[in-house]
Design a protein around this ligand. Structure first.
Ligand code: ASP
Ligand code: CP
Length: 324
């Protein structure tokens, strides 16, 4: 990360991702202490600005900021003066006026974090972290996914390369609603930057209209992909972003693309099952697969705190770079 914001994975590059994974390792240790808190961001204020629903991302950013001793200002759009007609720009300006060092922004419109960063440049220049914008990007999800693959492979299978190098040469299948998924966009960039081969598995209607420039292979046959993959990464059908009918029925989707218990038996013994959450059990994957030893879904969530501590520390802590 060279600038003061984290808006997308491309701005990090392989070296930036590796650096975040290294930093996250140090913060995982902080999380294990009896008092899991360090003074690194004492005196800083982090605004949690979520304009779209969230459980994991919001709580883990707020936890991460508190563990770094930052003050946290929580903005909830549903109970804000947006409902009285105040604009997004004025909302941002007013929060900035109270004194904020970073805004963590989630919004249903792609590009909102970038727009907020531009406005903030006129209001003292707080940092912005993209916590998910429309179907565009979810960079900290991709970082915690890379971190989870790396740590879990090392913990389970021993002598694999450390850190970001653990993803080199892996085969990762991303299955499901790629078209509406910001997680898929950020994960494809991050996984491929670290040397993994990515296969997208989805019905044609749930792929983006164009995959030009995407460093991926595509398959419509989940059963032929599963035996070859090191990671099966399932995505939720994101109905909230579907403007038309993309599938004959949810039942049909599960029958053709769901990771059922019998399909999960096609996975190799070392394969990991991942999902960003929220999981719809019985739709994109069976409940027994979500709870099986190969599933690292809860570990992803746990790692999210350390990874977000790394990002906030990098942007606001000692040696933070200002510019860009
Ligand atoms: N929670 C992730 C996101 O906000 C994935 C999902 O909602 O399905 O993008
Ligand atoms: N993975 C993820 O972003 O979850 P939330 O939508 O609950 O934050």
């Amino acid at each position: 990360m060279t600038g003061r914001h984290l808006l997308g994975i491309a701005e990090l590059g392989a070296e930036g991702i590796a650096e975040m994974l290294r930093l996250a390792d140090t913060f995982v240790e902080v999380g294990r202490r009896p008092i899991p808190r360090v003074p690194a961001l004492r005196g800083k204020t982090v605004v949690s600005a979520f304009f779209e629903d969230s459980t994991r991302t919001r709580l883990s950013f707020e936890t991460a900021a508190k563990r770094l001793s930052a003050d946290v200002m929580t903005f909830t759009s549903s109970s804000s003066s947006l409902n009285k007609g105040e604009s997004l720009r004025d909302t941002v300006r007013n929060i900035a006026a109270m004194g904020a060092d970073a805004f963590v922004v989630r919004h249903s419109c792609a590009g909102t974090p970038l727009q907020v960063a531009r406005w903030l440049a006129e209001e003292g220049g707080a940092s912005v972290v993209n916590a998910g914008d429309g179907a565009h990007e979810h960079p900290t999800q991709a970082l915690l996914d890379c971190y989870t693959v790396s740590r879990e492979r090392r913990a389970r299978f021993g002598a694999v390369p450390e850190g970001a190098r653990a993803l080199e040469g892996l085969h990762i299948a991303i299955v499901g609603d790629i078209r509406h998924s910001r997680v898929a966009r950020s994960d494809v960039l991050a996984f491929s930057a670290l040397g993994a081969t990515v296969t997208l598995v989805a019905p044609p209607t749930l792929l983006p209209p164009s995959l030009e420039g995407w460093p991926v292979a595509v398959s419509h046959d989940i059963e032929s992909v599963l035996p070859k993959c090191d990671v099966a990464y399932l995505l939720r059908l994101q109905n909230e972003r579907m403007s038309e009918q993309f599938l004959p029925s949810v039942h049909e989707y599960t029958a053709t693309y769901g990771l059922t218990a019998s399909r999960a038996r096609l996975l190799g013994p070392q394969a990991l099952v991942m999902h960003p959450g929220p999981v719809r059990r019985g739709v994109e994957l069976a409940a027994e697969v979500a709870d099986s030893p190969s599933s690292v879904i809860t570990t992803q969530v746990a790692n999210g705190v350390a990874v977000r501590m790394a990002v906030l520390f990098h942007l606001l802590g000692q040696g933070a770079q200002v510019g860009a």
